[in-house]
Ligand binder design. Sequence first.
Ligand SMILES: [Zn+2]
Ligand SMILES: [Zn+2]
Length: 110
Amino acid sequence: MNIECPTCLVALREVRLGDLVLDECELCDGLWFDNGEPELLVTLASLPKNALQPLAFDDSRKAVPPGQRKCPRCHVVMKEWEWRSTHVDVCPTCRGMWLDRWELQKILAD
Ligand SMILES: [Zn+2]
Ligand SMILES: [Zn+2]
């Protein structure tokens, strides 16, 4: 089943990064992690750097501001979290996580 970008409200597409299959937004470069997937970030650290280069970066397409974004699975408003000096949106129900590619890069660089 397709899920929608919490920010742009368009359908996400599946993207394979190493051993992970994530859902990605083509417009805002956001990535959706289902519960448990953040622990697999270690896997991502071994990827070539260009695998995580931001693709598009078109902020004007972001329809929903932080703090109002809803979990694409549960449709409840996600909580903003500061994690390793980046901002991520976390679903209080399913523990899914939404973040931008560049935020992920920052996390991996720490
Ligand atoms: Zn988006
Ligand atoms: Zn959720």
